[in-house]
Design a binder for this molecule. Structure first.
Ligand SMILES: [Zn+2]
Length: 323
């Protein structure tokens, strides 16, 4: 027969360590409060047998029900303009006329007027690059050399772009370089750029095709003052933390890669929309090469299958949206 004190000590020890020789302990079903003598001495014979609850299989993830019932950010006309050049290349002009390029591969094969479009660019305030691959660095250096646009990248991508592809060093300083989780108020507060992760890789290639490490791939949340909040996913797979992207600012427009093969395809991109809950989604990064076989039609089908309220906006290269 154990003394009450010994029983208490053994019981607590069992609860903590579960060592062999412990009696079946009622402490398992007791709230985690200080143990009392009555708990330690409670007869186990009358305690209900512990049962393992059978988990119910949810018919839909909780986020899905949020996506279908929650009001989505409205698309209002603020005077901002968004132009797509094909692939992942966009221009965003703010209501005050500031010009941002994102992943500016203007001369990509999907853009029939790429060379002319590049030649016509005479103003840019910022160039944002999600990661170091050639199809995203694109024409960034050419644009910077003629416009003096500052480079917005993670520190590692920026360093590699300066060292290996010739982005002007004086345009790639700490004022516009960041890393994931960081928010930068830029252009006198006209835009706020947040660095968000992506699931992809990042290396910068020089003109000879040699590859150099360039940190991690990411995406951007670009909040325009008195205008839209634009989420450019960069190149990525679907990942559950996308649900955190709109935590601080609901996303007005999501620019989502859908091409498959190197990035998420239409089905996984639709799941991403379910997590991000944007007012509008614009598909990108498809059809540039044959392997990027995801199509807007398939994406539309996947969005419909999920009953999502987000508006699908398919753009053509050269098209501009008023946001
Ligand atoms: Zn890419």
């Amino acid at each position: 027969m154990r003394s009450p004190l010994l029983a208490l000590l053994v019981s607590v020890g069992c609860a903590v360590s579960g060592f062999v020789g412990c009696e079946p302990s009622p402490v398992v079903n007791t709230p985690a409060t200080a143990p009392s003598a009555s708990v330690a001495a409670a007869p186990t014979a009358t305690a209900p047998a512990p049962t393992t609850p059978v988990p119910e299989v949810p018919t839909a993830a909780p986020v899905a029900s949020i996506a279908t019932t929650e009001a989505l950010p409205p698309i209002t006309k603020s005077g901002a303009k968004l132009t797509w050049y094909g692939h992942a290349a966009f221009k965003l002009v703010t209501p005050k006329g500031k010009v941002l390029f994102v992943d500016p591969w203007i001369t990509n094969p999907k853009n029939p007027t790429g060379k002319d479009d590049l030649a016509k660019i005479d103003k840019a305030d910022l160039v944002l690059v999600t990661h170091g691959h050639f199809d995203h660095v694109g024409d960034a250096v050419a644009i910077a050399k003629k416009t003096k646009a500052k480079l917005v990248t993670t520190f590692d991508v920026g360093k590699a772009m300066v060292q290996h592809v010739g982005y002007p060093k004086d345009l790639a300083g700490f004022d516009t370089q960041g890393n994931f989780g960081g928010e930068l108020a830029l252009l006198d507060g006209e835009v706020n750029v947040t660095f968000v992760p992506a699931v992809h890789s990042s290396a910068v290639q020089n003109a000879k095709g040699d590859a150099f490490a360039a940190g991690n791939a990411g995406g951007f949340v670009i909040a325009v003052k008195d205008g839209p909040v634009v989420y450019h996913t960069g190149d990525t797979d679907l990942f559950s933390d996308m649900a955190l992207v709109p935590t601080k600012r609901p996303i007005t427009v999501m620019l989502a890669c859908i091409g498959d093969h190197f990035v998420m395809g239409p089905d996984r991109a639709a799941e991403a929309v379910k997590l991000v809950r944007p007012g509008m989604v614009v598909p990108m990064h498809f059809g540039t090469f044959p392997v990027l076989r995801g199509t807007p039609e398939a994406f539309e089908g996947e969005l419909k299958k999920r009953g999502l309220a987000t508006k699908l906006q398919v753009m053509q290269p050269g098209a501009t949206l008023d946001l």
